[in-house]
Design a protein around this ligand. Structure first.
Ligand code: MN
Length: 475
């Protein structure tokens, strides 16, 4: 339970020199408005508002967003209206609160509800991403207090969390939020599977923790001996839900999961990242194919880090991640890390939303049939992503199993229509080949070609390419 004192404390730490008055006022306003109201857990309602605001302050969101977090349930659940919010806190906070409230009301059930929910999320995202971030913070606390909710409702909320909110957090690069939501929803949605994973992991984690502690000490010694300044070395434990998903991929064999615990080394700057990696590799040899440089080639969602797996002294493998403090915050908070209080409004006024978001907004506008819509979203939002490159070195994100044709249509409709072949890593490759992360793709075109081959519909996997091909064929 987060108190007002705790909120104030984190504000002082995370927003030095800032005027936090708007948050203080929002707290007093909200506690007056919710006075006497209780949540199903028996707690005073204001603690829900406080928890939401606390999460936002932890991510260092701008202060208007933190204030909106405190006020987010006021118009819907109290005697105060939207106008009261507007008159007391101005237009920006009013717009945020209104956006969050709109997201929360549903008319339908089942599939219709699911589709409507997704559509609303994309619409809100296209206007101001901060609305979604407040909604995620709100959902996080609702999940933490889910025990207090009626049983049938509990399952529905947990399912929604797993199917909608966690994937969106993932897509926004908010990995900490994503795994917290997943781990909270997991035992409600899949109780048997949850118990199973817990029973598998419990003993392993004990031995692994001891092992990683040893590696940590050796690494500390290594870095000190070589005179490298590091800020922190910590063990990071894989979240229960991602262990579960990995188990499903690895034939349910817990012994095939090497990264239950990874060692994370935080350093001052990029140069230190590479020198630490060099030192680690000099000491322990790396596993082939497991060295990944996401600093030189960041993922499109902004993720940066060096990853390696090494054979250690104990005849075992250890995964090591090396990154700067900024990269670490970015990895945990994703897009929220770009809306720091110093850059207020960047998210709100963002002129160029990420391409994947623009695409999802297009889908939500053009596809009115809900079953079709959900089918599209499922490939584009939830499928595992790969990262490939244009010949110029731009990173393009595509779903797993994407083909050169998906790539071509992603770049431009004309490039797709005029496509007569492709080179993958300088080698001519069939249009049916599946791309892998790291591939460099060059599309060969013939400018006199105007229309796609209808057979391509059976080759492409992205809904973007499908939609474009279909509309071209119609013409
Ligand atoms: Mn709420």
């Amino acid at each position: 339970m987060k108190t007002f004192e705790e909120l104030k404390k984190i504000l002082v730490i995370n927003y030095p020199d800032a005027d936090i008055n708007v948050v203080i006022r929002a707290f007093h306003f909200a506690s007056e408005a919710h006075k006497g109201q209780k949540r199903r857990t028996g707690e005073d309602y204001i603690y829900h508002a406080l928890a939401t605001a606390y999460t936002l302050a932890q991510m260092k969101m701008d202060l208007n967003t933190v204030a909106a977090g405190l006020l987010h349930d006021v118009p819907e659940d109290t005697d105060f209206s939207f106008d009261d919010i507007k008159n007391n806190f101005g237009n920006e906070i009013y717009t945020l609160v209104k956006g969050v409230t709109k997201l929360g009301t549903f008319k339908y059930r089942g599939l219709e509800r699911y589709a409507e929910n997704l559509r609303k999320m994309f619409l809100a995202m296209s206007k101001d991403l901060r609305v979604i971030i407040i909604k995620l913070a709100d959902r996080l606390h609702n999940m933490r207090t889910l025990k207090g909710v009626r049983k049938e409702k509990r399952l529905r909320i947990a399912q929604e969390t797993l199917e909608i909110y966690a994937p969106i957090a993932n897509r926004l690069g908010m990995f900490r939020m994503k795994s917290q939501l997943e781990d909270l929803a997991f035992p409600y949605v899949y109780p048997k599977e949850y118990d199973w994973v817990q029973s598998l992991v419990r003993d392993r984690l004990k031995t692994e923790t001891k092992y990683i502690e040893k590696i940590k000490k050796l690494t500390q010694k290594l870095l000190t001996k070589n005179d490298v300044q590091y800020i922190q070395i910590k063990g990071r434990i894989k979240s229960v839900y991602s262990i579960y998903q990995k188990l499903l991929r690895k034939g349910k064999d817990i012994n095939k999961i090497y990264d239950l615990i990874a060692l994370r080394i935080l350093v001052e700057d990029v140069a230190d990242c590479y020198s630490v990696m060099g030192m680690v590799h000099k000491r322990w040899s790396p596993l082939k194919g497991r060295v990944k440089d996401f600093i030189a080639q960041p993922k499109p969602n902004g993720y940066q880090s060096l990853h390696t797996s090494v054979f250690t002294d104990f005849g075992k493998v250890a995964e090591i991640q090396i990154r700067t403090i900024e990269m670490d915050e970015e990895a945990e908070y994703g897009i929220a890390a770009h809306s720091r209080y110093k850059e207020v409004g960047i998210l709100g006024k963002k002129k160029n939303p990420p391409r994947w978001l623009k695409h999802l907004i297009d889908i939500q506008k053009t596809i009115t049939d809900n079953t079709e819509f959900i089918k599209h979203i499922k490939t584009d939002l939830f499928l595992n992503q790969i990262f490939v490159f244009t010949p110029k070195g731009d990173v393009i994100e595509l779903p797993e199993n994407a083909t050169p044709l998906d790539f071509a249509y992603y770049i431009h409709t004309d490039i797709g229509n005029q496509c007569i072949g492709a080179k993958v890593n300088d080698q001519i490759a069939p249009l049916t080949s599946t791309l892998k992360s790291g591939d460099v793709i060059e599309i060969l075109t013939n400018k006199s070609r105007k229309y796609p081959n209808p057979d391509w519909l059976n080759i492409v996997v992205t809904s973007m390419a499908k939609t474009k091909i279909r509309s071209q064929i119609k013409k």
